[in-house]
Design a binder for this molecule. Structure first.
Ligand SMILES: Cc1cc2nc3c(=O)[nH]c(=O)nc-3n(C[C@H](O)[C@H](O)[C@H](O)COP(=O)(O)OP(=O)(O)OC[C@H]3O[C@@H](n4cnc5c(N)ncnc54)[C@H](O)[C@@H]3O)c2cc1C
Length: 430
């Protein structure tokens, strides 16, 4: 074996926001001291947050929101396997996967010295009765295109419902204290920035197509308060603005029981009559992660606030698959990926403990499209015990949302360190 092949092997499962950022941060911190491999079942990064804006502004997200992973990883000497991961043997330090380019491939295994799990979650539309026949969403290219077609050809001008099914959070982040006296709270919805964003951009679409106003739209949540991770003051401001505009709001629906042609039946017994149903489902852990000794009661990966599993310290998790990532936001995965890079740098002796051992202090940073080239900006940590809650609306956040994607693709995911500071300066005026 050559010296280069003899280097420790860092295996990263998943190559979207969290996986790509971890791979790049680890390479940055350890230099050529490790072999790094990413496995993903698709060979491109899908820029999920900008799909809704494309749908409502008449662009095809399939043309705009994909970045080829292979050349991007190759620049940093990171190997890529196009495969579907099917099992992790945490005691033998092996991962089983099936090469995904052609049907019929044999299961293969890969050994690791360090493992980073960044596999996201299953968006469980298949658990919502009636979704296939009557539901719409914007969380991937297929569904985004299906909704765009519906709006163009089939929408009859009826009432619209937008909201989330119940999220089933595991117990993997219990007892963690990201801010003094704070916690990673329990949530009834996985990620409610998108329903708020879609509600506002849907209203702009209705206006621009002479199909009515916000009073046609009902936004609903299983929780007491929609988007509670944004902080109570921010949500109150948002709800005041929304009710002033005429939107309808239903809370405490508990869960979606079924979708029918006529509307939505909720678990609390209420029925919401509507023509168009735009739904965000339960974020569910992948089946093969359930019941592993590294997983929590729902299959999300347990870590401390340094993103390291307490029982298997050679295993890290990052992004939506990690139990501490609440809400399921790419921005929080991004913060975590920097910690993973530094922690692995510490293990390899290239980063000092003082620099590496800075635990996660999650911050919700969400830019949501509102249509008409406007967006809202939420920057908050109060849900976790911090003291920040900020809401801004206008053209500057929209400009940043669009430029962020451009800059992300142009820099191949390596956002310059000053990117976020500059964004804060522009929007928050600090
Ligand atoms: C409509 C919408 C709008 C959003 N807007 C925002 C926003 O404005 N800001 C924000 O911060 N967040 C936003 N989010 C959330 C954000 O998209 C997610 O938090 C982010 O994508 C999570 O990144 P991840 O890498 O952890 O997981 P994912 O993006 O889900 O990536 C997981 C990767 O793992 C791969 N994978 C999964 N299973 C396997 C397997 N078995 N084998 C091999 N590969 C596998 C997948 O192919 C994928 O590439 C939005 C979400 C939605 C749905």
């Amino acid at each position: 074996m050559s010296e280069l092949e003899d280097r420790p092997h860092i295996l990263i499962l998943g190559g979207n926001f969290a996986g790509l950022a971890c791979a790049q941060n680890i390479r940055k911190q350890v230099g050529d001291k490790a072999r790094i491999t990413v496995i993903d079942q698709k060979s491109y990064l899908l820029f999920v947050p900008n799909i809704p804006a494309d749908v409502f502004e008449g662009r095809d997200p399939a043309q705009n929101q994909r970045m080829d992973l292979v050349p991007v990883l190759d620049k940093d000497d990171i190997a890529f396997i196009h495969g579907e991961v099917t099992a992790i043997d945490v005691d033998r330090r092996r991962v089983t996967f099936t090469p995904a380019e052609r049907d019929g491939a044999e299961p293969e295994t890969k050994a690791y010295d360090y493992l980073v799990i960044a596999l996201g979650a299953r968006l469980a539309y298949d658990r919502i009765e009636g979704f296939a026949e009557y539901g719409h969403t914007v969380s991937d290219l297929y569904h985004g295109q299906k909704l765009a077609e519906y709006l163009k050809n089939d929408y009859a001008g009826g009432p619209i419902a937008i909201g989330s099914a119940r999220f089933h959070q595991g117990d993997g982040a219990k007892g963690l204290e990201p801010y003094p006296g704070g916690s990673i709270p329990d949530a009834m919805a996985a990620c409610e920035g998108p329903p708020v964003e879609v509600m506002l951009s849907m209203a702009t679409w209705l206006k621009n197509h002479d199909k009515g106003g916000p009073d046609k739209i009902t936004v609903f949540t299983p929780a007491e308060l929609i988007a509670e991770d944004a902080g109570e003051d921010v949500v109150k401001q948002l709800l005041d603005i929304a009710s002033g505009m005429g939107f309808n709001y239903w809370n405490k629906t508990q869960d979606i029981k079924r979708l029918t042609a006529e509307g939505i039946d909720f678990a609390d017994g209420r029925h919401l009559p509507c023509e168009l149903k735009i739904i965000f489902p339960d974020w569910v852990a992948h089946d093969f992660l359930k019941d592993l000794p590294i997983s929590d009661s729902q299959g999300f990966i347990k870590t401390d606030l340094l993103m390291r599993n307490p029982d298997y310290p050679e295993i890290f998790a990052c992004g939506d698959c990690a139990a501490v990532t609440m809400p399921k936001l790419g921005a929080i995965g991004h913060q975590e990926s920097e910690i993973v890079g530094l922690q692995i740098g510490k293990i390899f002796g290239t980063v000092s403990a003082e620099k590496a051992d800075k635990p996660l202090k999650p911050e919700v940073l969400c830019i949501g499209d509102m249509g008409d080239k406007k967006a809202f900006w939420i920057h908050s940590n109060s849900w976790f015990g911090g003291d920040q809650q900020l809401l801004k609306m206008g053209r500057a956040p929209y400009f940043l949302k669009m430029r962020y994607r451009d800059m992300f693709f142009a820099s191949h995911g390596k956002m310059p360190g000053w990117g976020l500071d500059a964004a804060e300066l522009i929007v928050e005026g600090i």
